[in-house]
Design a protein around this ligand. Structure first.
Ligand SMILES: O=C(O)CCC(=O)C(=O)O
Length: 296
């Protein structure tokens, strides 16, 4: 669904000003949005996953390990598809606290695509280079939105998400490096336009929530503080927006309608998207390319 059609529906959570700010700038920050009761449950579920990761010795399709990870000191960079690892995450992703918020920017009928939990253990080595998300999972339009929740909050030192304001309205950049690897990182030569005045750094207290349009240029540096910086990142779209490539982070829940009704017609925005590799034949994660700032 296109922004003008979304705006024709009444909002549930956001004000008209907040919705317009989201469509103008490509992102919106809601300080302390997620209630404490949910944050408690999410922390407990995350602690269980961290505990399970003690048995993992190298990064796999679920756990991406941070340097220094061991059975005694579990250290994670990311958990892929947390909703398939622990029921609490799916409960959260389908709760109105998330789905009503998504509806305010994608329209009343909301579809789930995938999710990640970027744990970013303290004193970490991994950040996320500047990138755009949609080239990894193209859709028929650009309605997909990532709703990022800082479970414990995030300070300047913890590798906060940084966003290039308004960049969703610009071009999509290549996510391939000079050797043809899909590294989900924009090449330096394509970033000359990105001056400091365009960069917004998103920090905030526990429960602070960020809505990020799928075309926005964003990234983050490694976590230099000692505490982890968990950021939960489910992705939703309008029900009438369809992914047309396999997902790099597959889930049995991909395509589930989490609010409203399935679509009878697809919505199309014909701006071009560079195709990702064919994920049907296996996904070579970005950290496997030995690049300094992996993103996926
Ligand atoms: O967790 C972060 O700091 C950035 C995450 C990100 O950009 C992504 O997963 O696409």
């Amino acid at each position: 669904m296109k922004p003008q059609d979304v705006l024709a529906h009444r909002a549930t959570v956001l004000s008209d000003e907040q919705r317009c700010a989201f469509f103008d700038q490509g992102f919106l920050v809601l300080p302390d949005y997620v209630p404490q009761a949910w944050l408690h449950r999410l922390r407990a579920a995350m602690a269980e996953l961290l505990d399970r990761s003690r048995a993992v010795t190298q990064s796999d399709s679920i756990y991406v390990l941070e340097e220094g990870h061991s059975r005694n000191t579990p250290r994670l960079h990311r958990v892929s598809s947390p909703q398939d690892q622990h029921a609490v995450f799916w409960e959260f992703f389908t709760d109105p606290v998330m789905t009503d918020l998504a509806a305010d920017v994608v329209g009343p009928d909301v579809k789930f695509h995938h999710a990640k939990l970027n744990v970013k253990s303290g004193k970490g080595s991994q950040g996320f280079g500047w990138h755009q998300d949609i080239p990894a999972w193209p859709h028929t339009d650009f309605s997909p939105v990532t709703i990022g929740v800082y479970i414990d909050g995030c300070t300047d030192q913890q590798g906060p998400l940084t966003v290039a304001e308004g960049s969703h309205a610009g071009p999509l950049f290549s996510m391939y490096d000079d050797s043809g690897n899909f590294v989900v990182k924009i090449r330096d030569k394509d970033l000359r336009w990105l001056t400091d005045d365009k960069v917004r750094t998103i920090t905030g207290g526990p429960g602070t929530t960020l809505l990020l349009n799928c075309r926005v240029v964003h990234g983050s540096s490694p976590n230099r503080a000692s505490a982890a910086r968990p950021l939960l990142l489910p992705v939703y779209s309008s029900a009438d927006s369809f992914a047309y490539t396999p997902s790099p982070i597959p889930s049995p829940h991909q395509g589930d309608i989490v609010r409203g009704q399935p679509a009878r017609f697809a919505s199309f925005d014909t701006r071009p998207v560079e195709m990702p590799p064919d994920w049907r034949f296996g996904y070579k994660p970005v950290w496997a390319h030995k690049k300094p700032t992996p993103a996926y």
